[in-house]
Design a protein around this ligand. Structure first.
Ligand SMILES: *Cc1c(COP(=O)(O)O)cnc(C)c1O
Length: 400
């Protein structure tokens, strides 16, 4: 019997749109790449991107920076997190999140994950009261949004400030409110594997004038903050400008130029991602031994990656599924492997943080498989991928 094999490439993104390439060439011809090196009468690409992104998510203010990790670090500094402070965060996330906490010499306190792959609100409730932490760096890991209304109730009741890591949820929403707009600040990434692509880059939004003034100063605005558009008025900077260090991390006009056309296309791209996502999900549903992650109706998803659980399948059998899929061209990442590989590190791999015990997270990650869905895949590809995964899971599944 010949087996279906998939030949697509899981790390191949779409090309940068022609309009974005033209805009980039125009910036290069002008020689004005630094965001504050603007011609008279021109706001510059970065300031325009900030205004457009603020409008897209319904925020008062926006700052474009060098990376998503930089945005999180600036947000933590702006809320006043300092050396030795504890910061609540997800036990299941990617390395830049605890890294941003470590970068300000603060201490991550990890919160358990649920089978929906969202932060465990019971564990959060407990740790909000007992950890001594005043800030939650909430990661919407792999695009899964928790009950944001409930989360904000818990955090408000405990006077905990919420900073949202929306690296995987740009374009997503909870009950119609854009991801990044529930907490005090929202941080996004424009790195190649996220939803708009400038190689590296980040965005930070807030409605809080003082927080925005601080992060603008942090990013390295010198005294040029009046050149910003999606920013508070100069009087807000009156004190901030003397007491906020310059920790350079600006975005440049070249990156902003290629992001603006992509931002305009984002709603259409999200719709395409979700068609692929639902095609894989439908193909995997009702596979014995495999659990799809049900998405709540309040959540507007961006299906740029998909996760499934293989609860109760032994580690060696999961390894066989991953190897079997790989041999047939389907790249799955397993979060339960003893050693971190590629982007699959987890809380117990981050040994700069104090050792913590998260038994529920251990149990869930032991069966968690993850797969990217680049927009270079077709709906037919999605069907083939699902068929291959289904076959390989059935091959190891022992009915109970
Ligand atoms: C990519 C990513 C970030 C930000 O990453 P940068 O590479 O610094 O832009 C933050 N959180 C998560 C979960 C990510 O995957």
């Amino acid at each position: 019997m010949t087996q279906t094999v998939f030949t697509g490439n899981f790390t191949q993104q779409e090309p940068i749109p022609e309009a974005a390439i033209d805009a980039a060439v125009a910036v290069m011809r002008s020689g004005r790449l630094h965001r504050y090196n603007t011609a008279p009468g021109d706001d510059g690409e970065v300031a325009k991107l900030e205004q457009e992104f603020a409008d897209a998510v319904g925020a008062k203010y926006c700052l474009a920076v060098a990376s998503g990790g930089y945005a999180m670090g600036a947000a933590l500094r702006a809320v006043g997190v300092g050396p030795g402070d504890k910061v609540l965060t997800n036990g299941f996330t990617l390395a830049p999140v605890p890294g941003a906490i470590a970068a300000v010499n603060a201490v991550p306190v990890f919160v358990e994950v649920t089978e929906s792959l969202t932060i465990d609100l019971e564990d959060l409730s407990l740790k909000a009261k007992t950890s001594g932490s005043k800030v939650l760096l909430l990661s919407h890991m792999r695009g899964h949004l928790c009950d944001m209304d409930r989360l904000m109730e818990i955090c408000n009741a405990a006077s905990i400030q919420v900073i949202e890591d929306c690296a995987h949820t740009m374009g997503g929403a909870w009950r119609g409110v854009a991801s990044g707009r529930h907490g005090l600040m929202g941080c996004y990434s424009t790195q190649t594997y996220k939803h708009i692509n400038s190689g590296e880059g980040g965005l930070l939004v807030t409605d809080d004038a003082e927080m925005m003034a601080k992060t603008i100063m942090l990013s390295g605005s010198y005294m040029l903050f009046e050149r910003h558009k999606a920013a508070p008025p100069p009087e807000v900077f009156a004190d901030v400008k003397y007491v906020t260090p310059n920790v350079s991390g600006r975005m440049d006009n070249l990156r902003a130029a290629i992001l603006r056309p992509q931002l305009a296309d984002l709603p259409a791209q999200v719709a395409r991602w979700n068609v692929l996502y639902r095609a894989v999900e439908d193909g995997l549903r009702n596979t014995p031994g495999l659990q799809v992650i049900e998405r709540p109706p309040e959540e507007s998803i961006v299906g740029s990656s998909i996760q499934v659980l293989l609860p109760g399948i032994a580690p060696a059998a999961i390894e066989a599924v991953v190897a079997g899929c790989k041999a047939r061209g389907v790249e799955l990442k397993w979060f339960g492997a003893p050693e971190p590989a590629a982007f699959t590190s987890r809380y117990d791999s981050w040994r700069y943080a104090p050792a913590q015990s998260l038994p529920k997270t251990d149990r869930i990650l032991a069966g968690l498989l993850d797969m990217r869905l680049p927009l270079t895949f077709s709906v037919a590809d999605a069907g083939i991928i699902a068929e291959i995964i289904r076959d390989e899971v059935l091959a190891v599944h022992v009915p109970v």
